[in-house]
Design a protein around this ligand. Structure first.
Ligand code: 6GU
Length: 230
């Protein structure tokens, strides 16, 4: 999968050089390209924002640098039909189901807004020319789209074939089954007088599977009853 990111803070995305994402990039499974929006600014001060037309607080990102940056990424695009994602608290909420859907894309472009957002005409222009989605990672406010993009890239990237070594570990996770994950234990069997549940030491795999499923259901009922309604 090819991923392009446009941001005024490319350094945020250094985090994606670590761990599984870094390995996936080294192995050519994820082709991540981070672009500094200021490189597309028109003036020597590399300005990317201006005051809101009509008045109001804060600053709005101007359309010209966005147009230049996105046109550059989309130029030379052949068969691949990119999806442009603008992280936004006003977007559709990102879920594991959306991550699974987006993992089938061949080219994602993340446009990270800052300040009070991006001039609306940027969304309108690229929605007319192709596919655009506004996506939120939850009901709280971040300073910009960078942290949200990193979360989405990791959630999507780990679903790509070969990124996670043991595909079984993708299936047993919270949210994949619609339930939260059951509690996990390892050695030693006793730590600070706390014993691992006997059932896990029984060797009875059918009983263990049943116990784990019950734990998942119970935890989901307690912590996230909304997931059981669906
Ligand atoms: Cl995608 N962006 C910002 N700025 N804040 C958010 C968000 C996105 N998702 C939740 N809060």
């Amino acid at each position: 999968m090819r991923i392009d990111v446009v941001t005024i803070f490319p350094g945020y995305f250094d985090a994606l050089e670590l761990s599984l994402m870094g390995k996936a990039r080294d192995r050519g499974l994820i082709d991540l390209n981070v672009h500094d929006l200021r490189d597309s600014a028109l003036d020597k001060h590399r300005t990317v924002d201006d005051t809101p037309t009509g008045g109001g607080a804060g600053m709005v990102m101007t359309p010209e640098p966005w147009g230049h940056a996105l046109d550059g990424i989309l130029a030379g695009e052949d068969a691949a039909d990119p999806l442009i994602i603008f992280p936004s608290p006003a977007g559709d909420v990102f879920t594991q189901a959306m991550a699974r859907e987006l993992a089938h894309e061949s080219h994602l472009v993340f446009g990270c807004g800052r300040y009070e957002g991006i001039d609306q005409r940027v969304f309108d222009e690229y929605a007319e020319r192709g596919r655009v989605r506004l996506v939120s990672i939850g009901d709280y406010v971040l300073n910009g789209g960078e942290v949200a993009s990193i979360a989405m890239i990791e959630a999507i990237g780990r679903l790509l074939p070969g990124v996670v070594g043991n595909p079984d570990s993708l299936v047993e996770e919270s949210h994949e089954s619609g339930l939260l994950e059951y509690p996990s234990y390892t050695k030693p069997a006793e730590w600070r007088e706390r014993r691992v549940p006997d059932i896990l030491l029984s060797g009875n795999h059918a009983a263990i599977d049943k116990w784990r499923h019950e734990q998942s259901v119970e935890r989901t009922r307690r912590v996230r009853p909304d997931l059981l309604d669906d």
